[in-house]
Design a protein. Structure first.
Length: 243
């Protein structure tokens, strides 16, 4: 069984009591654990569900700090409070992130820069990356394991489609930053666009994420329901999904 646990889902910054982008993906058959994006607030939540020393890899979609800044807290914990006696954790990252942390990660993280079309295997999970329609190099990812497939959009405008990750996704985790009234104001997708791209990709289920804290959740959901027409939910910290 492949599972997804939401560690944070607020768009661009953490809202009151919330956390920015971050997810825990597990293959229970192979015992593989992946931390997918590490926005502010997500390391605290990760510790509720996983021993940080058990991570098999960390995947970082792009250099905007709302998707990786809690890696600094992880490194601090590994140096000072965790009983750290293991090999460095592989980090599969878009370009430009490693430089933000520098040499302080030596012995804790093992960096690998990935790009559009690249594929990697982590334990029992296969990852394939796709560059999205977003400012710095941003990588969506298809994760396959235990006979199931998860597609994660990361951040993207409507110039990229979930179809790029392949059709018939068991679950699409897609950004729905705002409603159609805001389309074109930032390089992100509205809920209408998220629902449309998930439908075009033939996704079986859609989970909306990366909503700006100032945008009404009910409005985002209603718009996506109409566009997608299938099973849909909104990400919330601690919410889990089985594929």
């Amino acid at each position: 069984m492949l599972t997804l646990t939401v560690l944070g889902c607020d768009g661009s910054h953490a809202g009151a009591g919330g956390a920015a982008s971050g997810y825990l993906v597990r293959s229970w058959t192979s015992g593989t654990t992946v931390w997918l994006d590490a926005g502010p607030g997500t390391f605290a939540n990760l510790q509720r569900f996983c021993d940080p020393r058990a991570l098999d890899a960390i995947v970082l979609s792009h250099e905007h700090t709302d998707h990786w800044s809690d890696l600094s807290g992880f490194v601090t914990a590994a140096k000072h409070t965790l009983d750290w006696h293991r090999d460095p954790v592989p980090v599969l990252a878009a370009p430009g992130i490693e430089e933000g942390l520098g040499k302080q990660t030596d012995g804790i993280l093992a960096w690998q820069t990935v790009g559009d079309g690249d594929g990697r295997s982590v334990g029992g999970v296969r990852l394939t990356f796709s560059r999205t329609d977003h400012g710095p190099v941003t990588l969506a990812v298809r994760l396959e394991g235990d006979g199931a497939t998860l597609g994660y959009s990361a951040d993207s405008g409507p110039g990229w489609s979930l179809e790029t990750l392949g059709t018939a996704l068991d679950l699409a985790l897609c950004e729905a930053t705002y409603t159609m009234d805001h389309e074109g104001t930032a390089q992100h997708m509205s809920a209408r666009q998220a629902g449309s791209t998930a439908k075009a990709a033939g996704a079986k289920r859609l989970v909306l994420t990366h909503r700006w804290p100032t945008i009404a959740a009910a409005a985002v959901r209603a718009e996506a329901v109409e566009a997608f027409g299938g099973p849909l939910s909104q990400a919330a910290v601690g919410r889990g999904y089985s594929l």
